[in-house]
Design a protein around this ligand. Structure first.
Ligand code: ATP
Length: 240
């Protein structure tokens, strides 16, 4: 890469009190990339995403975004700068309608015309969400809620979208659909960092990936290379 990365983590460490969950990792994302972070439960993937989003404090190391150190920038100002997180469990407001949830994504914006244009755009990408606009969000299926969560994040006009386990708990048909949505988001120029348990699909769709284990990055490479790596196959793709 000749351009500087959109996101760079250098020796990033994150702790919960005495427990160090992320033990010094390096990771880079370039504009336009879809990169995934895979690994077993408890590897530190969610902790990493939450630290990038600013929900968890960074104990040590450097978080660079668009060339600036943002270690201490509060979460809402990271959203203003184009960094959006779709959290594990989706973070839908279940008592609000689908439309109210979507509009929450734009709370940092004041450009009314731009927001309406982006609403229309989200409807085109996610027709299912449009069909259910006036429904209470808690009554949507898991897959529909995931789409709504992605739509809501898109309303903040992100440059970098952090997706935490979007396929978790979904029926296979919805898993496929979610991956299609992620791909169309990337095609539109949004850079995506994807945390996934479904390593097989994540690697198939990603340009590059990082494997995390015990708070460290143990492997990285192109999605294709990792998909065929014997260590990855035995540890994360369920092969003997
Ligand atoms: P999962 O897919 O299960 O979310 P993960 O790779 O995302 O796994 P993390 O959730 O980041 O892993 O957890 C990393 C480590 O930090 C684990 O050992 C976990 O037990 C610990 N941990 C996570 N959240 C907390 C917390 N709030 N307090 C203390 N320890 C935590």
């Amino acid at each position: 890469h000749t351009t500087s990365p959109l996101l760079r983590l250098s020796n990033l460490r994150v702790s919960y009190g005495q427990i160090e969950a992320v033990k010094g990792i390096d990771l880079e994302l370039h504009s336009g990339e879809l990169v995934s972070l895979i690994g077993a439960n408890g590897a530190g993937k969610t902790t990493t995403l939450n630290a990038i989003a600013g929900i968890l404090p960074i104990a040590e190391g450097e978080l660079l975004y668009a060339g600036e150190r943002i270690n201490s920038v509060p979460p809402h100002l990271r959203v203003v700068r184009g960094l959006a997180l779709v959290p594990e469990g989706r973070g839908i407001f279940t008592r609000l309608t689908v439309e109210e949830n979507l509009r929450m994504g734009a709370y940092i914006r004041s450009d009314k015309a731009g927001i309406e244009a982006d609403m229309q755009h989200v409807f085109e990408m996610l027709p299912r969400v449009k069909e259910r606009l006036h429904q209470v969000a808690g009554t949507l299926s898991g897959g529909e809620q995931q789409m709504l969560a992605i739509g809501r994040a898109l309303l903040s006009r992100p440059k970098l979208l952090l997706l935490d386990e979007p396929s978790m708990g979904l029926a296979p048909l919805f898993v496929e659909k979610i991956f299609e949505v992620v791909q169309s988001v990337v095609r539109e120029g949004v850079t995506v960092l994807l945390v996934e348990q479904n390593a097989n699909l994540a690697l198939k769709f990603s340009q590059r990936a990082y494997v995390m284990d015990g708070g460290l990055i143990t492997l990285s490479g192109t999605g294709e290379a990792l998909l065929h790596d014997p260590k990855v196959r035995s540890a994360y793709l369920g092969e003997a």
